[in-house]
Design a protein around this ligand. Structure first.
Ligand code: UT7
Length: 330
């Protein structure tokens, strides 16, 4: 899809993280861990945690208001809302519908998208398709997660890794030559059990037993997911560049999923990228799942690191297992 029918790109951005910060030294008091281990193995120093009254839609709402403002748009003008999340407020209604109501976006279709940490890129691909083919003129795409709600704070293998947040973009038509140049989405369902929540769905509904067995928390085989991540970050990046007709030398800004600094560094090495061409904020926010790439993208834009005409490469991986990459000309 090198040449799109109707060029679609990002016309507004916003982000939100909850106020409360959980530091590595706070975690040292909760589980058998230490700052040195966490920083050297993951690059994470702190993460933001939602307040008890805050759900995913509340984080998404704050990010959405900023994105609408930066696009100079009113919520009433939105055609479509996609919320990528694995921590919806509830199973029904969707978080996107809750957000639609809260924003007053009466004219917008709304649905959630489940592709874990790759969800935001999946959402961009989905929404840009709708706009490209003329079904809609604009879309609000949000990656938002409150992983703290599904994290076992007695499990040191996972609790040091995750944080909460939301990143939002508005998609719309952009001048010829700008916008999304290519997408590469994929899944490896055979690896589903490497990163999962066993109970709470139709296979194993909630019961006293499932709660006692802690089956509503996120389980992860970190070592295997790490290997998958390094592999697909490389292959997806190469494929998405090829589809865009570009090479690694054309990348002005690399916006990877923020799960682990070592995974990001291995991708940077493969792409021969100097640090100034890579967005890294895993130290401040940890892994925020679907919010991770938009938080990195929006923060880079707010810091003035993105100029008109720059070529950005976003790439993420996560539960499913899934991956998603995109080349975007800003
Ligand atoms: O976005 C979703 C995708 N998720 C990811 O990207 C996560 C991918 N995986 C990773 O980032 C890494 O595998 C981890 C950070 C989860 C773990 O790092 P690792 O270098 O793969 O460590 P490991 O799992 O091989 O564990 C090494 C040791 C183990 O001890 P033993 O068995 O060698 O005695 C762990 O028990 O480190 C221990 N360990 C810890 N020690 C202190 C595990 N977690 C901790 C901890 N503090 N928090």
């Amino acid at each position: 899809m090198k040449q799109q029918l109707r060029p679609v790109g990002i016309i507004g951005t916003g982000k939100y993280v909850p106020e409360k910060i959980l530091t590595n030294s706070d975690l040292e008091k909760m589980v058998e861990t230490n700052d040195e281990w966490i920083v050297s193995r993951t690059g994470i120093r702190e993460r933001h945690i939602a307040a008890p009254h805050e759900a995913t839609s509340d984080l998404a709402y704050e990010a959405a208001l900023k994105a609408l403002d930066s696009a100079g748009m009113r919520a009433e003008d939105l055609d479509l809302i996609i919320v990528a999340t694995v921590t919806p407020d509830s199973t029904v209604p969707s978080t996107a519908c809750i957000l639609q109501d809260k924003l007053g976006a009466k004219g917008a279709a709304a649905f959630d998208l489940s592709a874990a940490c790759s969800g935001f890129v999946y959402g961009l691909a989905t929404a840009s398709g709708f706009i490209q083919n003329g079904m809609y003129n604009n879309a609000l795409v949000i990656g938002a997660d409150t992983l703290s709600r599904i994290t076992d704070y007695n499990d040191r293998n996972t609790c040091v890794l995750f944080g909460d947040g939301a990143g939002a973009v508005i998609l719309g038509e952009v001048p010829e030559g700008r916008g999304f140049q290519s997408f590469d989405l994929g899944a490896e369902g055979s690896g589903g059990s490497l990163l999962n929540i066993e109970a709470g769905g139709s296979r194993l509904p909630a019961s006293h037993q499932t709660i006692e067995d802690k089956k509503h928390f996120l389980y992860m085989n970190g070592r295997e997911v790490f290997k998958f991540a390094v592999r697909v970050m490389g292959t997806a990046t190469e494929r998405v560049l090829t589809k865009a007709g570009l090479g690694k030398e054309n990348i002005d800004l690399f916006v990877p999923h923020q799960a682990n600094i070592r995974i990001i560094q291995s991708a940077m090495q493969r792409l021969d990228l100097p640090p100034e061409k890579c967005v890294i904020n895993v130290d401040k926010y940890a892994n925020t799942s679907a919010a991770s790439i938009p938080l990195a993208l929006v923060e880079a834009a707010e810091e003035g690191r993105v100029k008109e005409g720059d070529t950005l490469l976003m790439v993420g991986f996560g539960g499913g297992l899934t991956w998603g990459a995109s080349v975007l000309i800003w």
